[in-house]
Design a protein around this ligand. Structure first.
Ligand code: FAD
Length: 421
């Protein structure tokens, strides 16, 4: 069988690659990064992997023991409070969702597949259908920024994140800015605010919420902290010349803390984390697809409806399929996609009646059926997920966010919670 092309070596592209590796299925990953070394774009925070999705994919991939070695089960605590530091409550384990650094997850997945399966420095520019002059067969050709092209794949899988170049083969939908942006800084072990973070957050996470801002402080594997300053703000605010130009740290800090600034009226002990957050700050504007993208296109005669029209030789995984504003599920949904597509492929390839094993058909027909099975499960799940994220936005960002969050954690666990004030 011709190789399966996976575009993008993020969490879901690499999980899918590993799953194919375990089954001896031919594949190749094309990744934009020049190498496995962290780039400024990819330094990563920490991710909690959920039992029924992210962890389940790693189990099937034979990587669960290695995951457990790296996973931080003592990091499953969450401190919730409002912008004045009131109602500060620490919640214990609400579910089986240990943390792992994004970089550790990537390295673990990279170590589980042979190096020659990944082509680094391959930025996809476009993917187009092409018909063979000899056979008349239509197949996909991938065009890369380095001027090269690749063709001859049994299936093309777009795992290339929010700004997927493969997505347009399935839907004209484009991610829309949510009106919210995170600015990321860090607290190293020698930062003057480090001990305050250790006291407030410990090994886990914390979230303080105001009407139009949120402040998250979370510990990483090396015990440093990431600080995420969430703002309701224009998409351009952190760009060159913007109010929070991340290349002009003193301007950015004063837009956060100065008179009229985003965190001007916050409690001094919380403002201190913003003040101390080391640069360079990085901006994460948050985008999402319209949930209606995932409704059936059948019967819809509006060509510009944006709905997903399935194709037999291409599909999407993870953020490429269903980018949404983070609610803690993104990477889990992404890795679960990989599992569902893989299981669908295995079902088809193992189905003797389909004739694949007996050589009556090439693998392409089996893969096309697997794509249909995968998308039948994934499309409604993607729609539910984005709708849930939209609902959660109200909880993470509203005036009464801290009390609503506390209520949610209480309902989820009924476990350890200590109110400090
Ligand atoms: C600030 C922030 C915090 C988050 N926190 C959490 C969290 O706590 N928990 C959680 O579950 N989720 C979180 N998410 C969401 C999570 O990061 C994503 O859902 C997850 O990374 C999706 O994985 P992916 O493999 O689909 O895409 P990505 O992680 O985006 O990986 C895509 C890969 O494709 C490569 N690529 C991109 N374009 C091309 C191209 N043209 N050609 C070749 N390669 C390309 C990229 O270099 C990358 O390696 C957060 C997101 C943000 C922005």
């Amino acid at each position: 069988m011709d190789p399966i092309a996976i575009v993008g070596g993020g969490p879901c592209g690499l999980t899918f690659a590993r799953l194919l590796e375990t089954a001896g299925i031919n594949y190749i990953v094309f990744e934009r990064d020049a190498s496995s070394k962290p780039t400024p774009r990819f330094q990563g925070g920490t991710l909690d992997l959920h039992a029924e999705t992210g962890q389940k994919a790693l189990r099937r991939a034979g990587l669960f023991a290695e995951f457990e070695r790296l996973a931080r089960r003592d990091a499953m605590t969450m401190v919730v409070q409002d912008s004045q530091g009131n109602h500060r409550t620490t919640f214990g384990e609400t579910r089986d969702a240990p943390e792992i650094d994004r970089l550790q997850l990537r390295q673990m997945l990279l170590d589980s597949i042979p190096a020659h399966r990944i082509r680094w420095g391959k930025t996809l520019c476009s993917a187009e259908s092409e018909s063979s002059t000899q056979s008349g067969d239509v197949s996909l050709v991938l065009r890369f920024a380095d001027g090269t092209t690749e063709r001859g794949f049994s299936l093309v899988v777009g795992a290339d994140g929010a700004w997927s170049k493969i997505r347009q083969l399935l839907t004209p939908a484009k991610p829309q800015y949510s009106g919210k942006i995170f600015i990321e800084g860090r607290l190293s072990l020698d930062n003057p605010q480090y001990s305050a973070a250790l006291e407030m957050v410990g090994a886990g996470n914390s979230m303080a919420t105001g009407a139009r801002q949120t402040l998250c402080v979370q510990q990483m594997a090396d015990r440093s902290y990431r600080v995420y300053m969430g703002l309701v703000a224009p998409e351009t605010i952190a760009r060159a010349g913007g109010e929070i130009d991340v290349n002009d740290m003193s301007k950015a800090r004063s837009a956060m803390l100065g008179p009229g600034g985003f965190f001007a009226s916050w409690a001094p002990e919380l403002r201190a984390f913003v003040d101390a957050a080391e640069g360079p700050w990085r901006a994460w504007p948050l985008y999402r697809l319209d949930p209606d993208t995932f409704l059936s296109a059948a019967g819809s005669d509006d060509k510009d409806s944006g709905r997903w029209v399935p194709a037999h030789d291409v599909t999407l995984l993870g953020d490429a399929a269903h980018i949404s504003i983070p609610n803690g599920e993104g990477v889990n949904q992404a890795m679960y996609d990989s599992l569902v597509l893989f299981e669908s492929i295995m079902n088809e390839l193992n189905n003797e009646e389909a004739g694949f094993e007996s050589g009556k058909e090439d693998g392409k027909a089996a893969l096309a059926r697997a794509v249909i099975a995968y998308e039948t499960e994934m499309l409604p799940r993607a729609r539910d997920y984005i709708l849930r994220c939209i609902e959660d936005e109200g909880m993470f960002w509203g005036d009464d966010a801290a009390s609503r969050l506390a209520e949610m954690f209480n309902q989820a666990s009924g476990q350890v919670n200590v109110e400090h004030t």
